[in-house]
Design a protein around this ligand. Structure first.
Ligand code: FS2
Ligand code: SF4
Length: 545
């Protein structure tokens, strides 16, 4: 195996025997093979699109396949073998339809023609199609950047289509970009341009998901979320899928079972549509990497709707349920009903037999500062900037992770001057959202917009401020970017910010392993991208900027 897609890639190069995340070598290889074959399927699907054939089923299939390969989503070998087999079936179906419409099925690339029904053969093939098969280091680096960005795009596209929001242009771009990573005629400049285009689609998909979420569940509101527990049996729901959240809340109503959010599901509390459920109690625990300890204490069943899952410990393994793109051998899956809704009755029955959660914290955290709320406070914010009460904003969005070096973000938040405000989104917030950082004229010093995709809100807020202050360039605003990354959704968020023209983003705790020296140089020279050093020096650098 060779996997270098996340921040925890072994030795900052790549995992080669077993993932730091727990992914086994056979699963990693099969993920590579699935991606490879999805590129071949995309070639047929793009041809089908040209002929006006309805490709929605394949569009969603490709999206789900990409999503399942992101970090900490799916560790189940069987899942990937099945997806690969389904890819062959869909390829044949697409071919037949194209022939019927008189289109071109003369696609000769190996990714579009390879077939085997032997799992052993698939596993052998899988070893040959990973990133190390690309010899040129810079080409490998740029293709990695594009594929990982596309994986992030796929995750957000999936969430949006679960709520009935789709954009054919996004599906088409994802597939075109995947196919382009097989094209040896593309120059480094072409690949840099495609990377930027990936960022453009990052903005589009986050806007689409924002519309899906806010049209379905209302605009996030300022909300105090309880982090303690009640004395009832309960279900914990993790991941990012708000549709699953809704269905679980509906089905648990009146059952005597409480529901708590975990990690990236915390922002569900900010949506008006979920506030009516009196059994929707609070948020339990912290960012994903602490789940091995916190799930044990929770006592009740846990539903993983998306990443981040870490290989479960035996002591709570029988309480973890998976759905959507998530998978792990031996964990139970939530059944999907004929109408497409999910049946959580198994989880509810399980919860009834469990003890209430053990309290691990007490108190409240505040969030819900997505674009609508912040813009409704615009006068107050603008006034605070004009009077100098707020000197600078720090965008500290992104992901959390288990590396000790991430303590930097807690220390950085603590060390920030009192006239600065943190804008956050994603699970990075758990590094400082329980600190008492106070407020500035009633504006909390940590403004949580929501999940990682709600980084879109932070961009909307920045663009609005640029307009209010009549600036020509988003970089003239008193906003610094000190972003923590972990997995591929952070890659698409980063590319989206670059596309919007944001410069001097600092990325940590380490720069991506998949950036070659030359590609890193392009990012430094054109966008001022930088890493992090230590709190003191970085703070000085940001404040003097
Ligand atoms: Fe955090 Fe994990 Fe949101 Fe990332 S919960 S690192 O998936 O997408 O962020
Ligand atoms: Fe390693 Fe990250 Fe890949 Fe897991 S996802 S195998 S930790 S690089």
């Amino acid at each position: 195996m060779f996997c270098h897609q996340c921040q925890e890639a072994a030795k900052c190069i790549g995992c080669t025997t077993r993932g730091v995340c727990g992914k086994t070598s056979d699963v990693s290889n099969l993920q590579d093979l699935l991606i490879y074959l999805l590129k071949g399927l995309s070639m047929y699907n793009l041809e089908a699109k040209k002929l006006g054939i309805n490709t929605n089923k394949v569009d969603k299939f490709i999206t789900e396949g990409l999503f399942a390969t992101i970090t900490n989503a799916n560790f189940d070998k069987e899942y990937f073998v099945e997806k690969i087999k389904e890819t062959f079936t869909l390829r044949n179906e697409a071919k037949e339809q194209i022939i019927k419409e008189g289109g071109n099925v003369n696609i000769t690339h190996d990714s579009a023609t390879y077939f085997s029904d032997s799992v052993e053969e698939l596993e052998e093939k899988a070893k040959t199609v990973g990133f190390l098969s690309i010899e040129n280091e810079d080409v490998r680096s740029l293709r990695s950047l594009i594929i990982f960005g596309v994986k992030g795009l796929a995750a957000y596209t999936d969430h949006a289509f679960r709520l009935g929001y789709e954009d054919d242009e996004i599906y088409k771009f994802m597939q075109e970009a995947m196919v382009a990573t097989l094209n040896d005629d593309l120059t480094v400049d072409d690949l840099v341009a495609l990377t930027m285009k990936t960022g453009e689609f990052g903005v589009k998909v986050m806007a689409l998901l924002d519309k899906a979420n806010t049209s379905t569940y209302g605009h996030p509101e300022i909300t105090k979320v309880n982090i303690g527990v009640r004395n009832n049996p309960a279900i914990l729901i993790s991941g990012h899928d708000l549709k699953d959240m809704e269905e679980l809340l509906k089905q648990t109503e009146g059952t005597g079972i409480d529901v708590y959010t975990h990690s990236e599901m915390l922002p569900a509390h900010y949506y008006p549509a979920f506030k009516k459920y009196s059994h929707f109690v609070g948020n339990y625990g912290n960012a994903w990497w602490k789940q091995d300890k916190e799930f044990e204490k929770f006592n009740g069943p846990i539903v993983m709707t998306t990443n981040c899952l870490i290989p479960p410990k035996d002591v709570y393994k029988d309480r973890v349920y998976t759905t959507g793109a998530v998978g792990f051998e031996g964990l139970k899956r939530i059944p999907v009903k004929e109408d497409g809704t999910k049946d959580f009755s198994m989880v509810i029955e399980h919860a009834k037999k469990c003890a209430p959660p053990v309290e691990i914290e007490k108190g409240e955290i505040v969030g819900g500062f997505a674009h609508n709320t912040v813009l409704s406070l615009a006068d107050k914010v603008v006034e605070a900037i004009k009077t100098g009460a707020i000197k600078r904003f720090f965008v500290m969005a992104g992901c959390d992770g288990r590396m000790k070096s991430r303590d930097y973000y807690t220390e950085f938040a603590k060390a920030l001057p009192k006239d600065t405000v943190i804008l956050t989104a994603g699970c990075a917030k758990y590094r400082y959202n329980k600190l008492d950082l106070g407020d500035i004229n009633g504006i909390p010093r940590v403004l949580d917009a929501g999940q990682c995709n709600d980084s879109y809100s932070l961009a909307v807020i920045a663009l609005k401020l640029k307009e209010v202050f009549e600036l020509n360039d988003i970089n003239e605003l008193p906003i610094s970017y000190n972003i923590a990354w972990y997995e591929q959704k952070a890659v698409i968020v980063l590319l989206a910010l670059l596309y919007l023209g944001v410069k001097n983003i600092h990325l940590g705790p380490t720069l991506p392993a998949f950036l070659s020296e030359n590609v890193a140089k392009v990012l430094v020279e054109n966008f001022g991208i930088g890493g992090i050093t230590n709190v003191e020096d970085d703070l000085k650098m940001f404040l003097e900027a």
